[in-house]
Design a binder for this molecule. Sequence first.
Ligand SMILES: N[C@@H](CCC[C@H](N)C(=O)O)C(=O)O
Length: 286
Amino acid sequence: MSLSFQKYQGLGNDFLLIDNRHQEELLLTPEQAQHWCDRHFGVGADGVIFLLAGTGESDYRMRMYNADGSVAEMCGNGIRCLAKFIFALEGRSAGEIVRYRIDTLAGLIVPEVQADGQVTVDMGKPQLLAQQIPTTLAAADQKVIDVPLMVGDRPWLVTCVSMGNPHCVTFVENVAAVDLATLGPQFEHHPVFPQRTNTEFVQVLGSDRLRMRVWERGAGMTLACGTGACATLVAAVLTNRLSPVGNQAQATVELPGGDLHIRWDLPSQHLYMTGPALAVFSGTLP
Ligand SMILES: N[C@@H](CCC[C@H](N)C(=O)O)C(=O)O
């Protein structure tokens, strides 16, 4: 049975989007998703995102497989792409502003397509306790902020944040000098992360500008990570590397694929991410 898909990208973090609204069972298995994400033997993508019918509390549901077939609870760049996918499926017109309530494995996430086609997402609240990441780097009810972790031949000061998915953030003088291909897998598979982790290497460029490279759980080196950019801002504030102005903390996060704007509303604790999401091509899996 052939299967239609749309290829979308958010700052070069790319996904196969599949309309799965007409049945509960996902239309691809994890093994099939892994095959089609392969950049030589398949279509090529960092993951597969499925659009499912909504529930009473949501307009739609999102489920996701990483490129290795593992399940991801949430995907920031991916949910921006999903919002634009829905926007097109609904036959919306350019310039319309539309908000969607999307049920995810990380809870209800609310993207809003803006008049200029960018998407602003209410990413919810960060989770900071060790048991919520999850990690064994601290006692279950403690936070992990600038804690030393031996990876490779040296200790790294790490700060852990969950955006529904696990993130390990570490600050460096020069992100370009980080041997991501070697260090990334060592962080991802470190025994202190029982569900593995996404890892962000961050350089502070100024009072509201951060440069970040990422090694993603289940996808490796990607050009951008939306949940990772949110985790990065939170870690910068928690480690006093970035100061809020009033009750808002915000930064432009420079990624290899482009810039994301992240804002952390401290009274509500909600994080807001704004960035692009564009269709690339449509196709059919045989
Ligand atoms: N690139 C995504 C994150 C996708 C899931 C991640 N690899 C995980 O396994 O948690 C984003 O933009 O957030």
